[in-house]
Unconditional design. Sequence first.
Length: 227
Amino acid sequence: MKERGIIFNTEMVRAIIDGRKTQTRCIAKFKPIDKALNFNFSGLRAGNYHAGIKDGRCVLRSTDGATWNDRTYPLTCPYGKVGDRIWVRETWQGPLVDVEKAYDLFKDPTPYQKVENCVYKADGGYAPEYIDCDDNFRQGWRPSTQMPRWASRITLEITDVHVERLQSISEEDAKAEGFDNSQSDAANSIGWFEKPIRAFRRAWGNIYGNDGWDSNPWVWVIEFKRV
């Protein structure tokens, strides 16, 4: 079993905590055996590199009518395989201590490097105040990219890994991505809410650009549970 740190934005962290997010997707960057391969060819199918063995490696194949042939080199999922774990990296601050312990913290921070000495933006509070090494009061968050393993409060276990086209996502899968807005303020007040796939498509475009959805890339689908 391996562990990997993965960045999630604040909205998605909240969805994980609430139990609304159990899937995530990222682009699968396959390398074709034949450089002329058309990744939009409708005959391509994704499958495990070794049939029936989910070791986190997949290939794209097509058939010549008699046999299935690999069209790409095997690609390993960057998040891991079934049974591996993901520790969530999120916007945070810490370790935070009382003023009288500040000197001890700067002298040796190790004893204070615990989740209980951290605060997290996803919890909805204001950016915390803290004392820097020059005894100045500061206020602000630390980005998720700076989160070490000891500060992560959420660990996920991968339960399934597969590859599909982005636009193959179903409404239920979009909900599992954390985009169920049926209980949002708008839904409760005026009875309208953005459908899951539409909300997922908008969020995907914010990350990958205007053609991120229309290009319909092959993507890794990682399903997980919280542990």
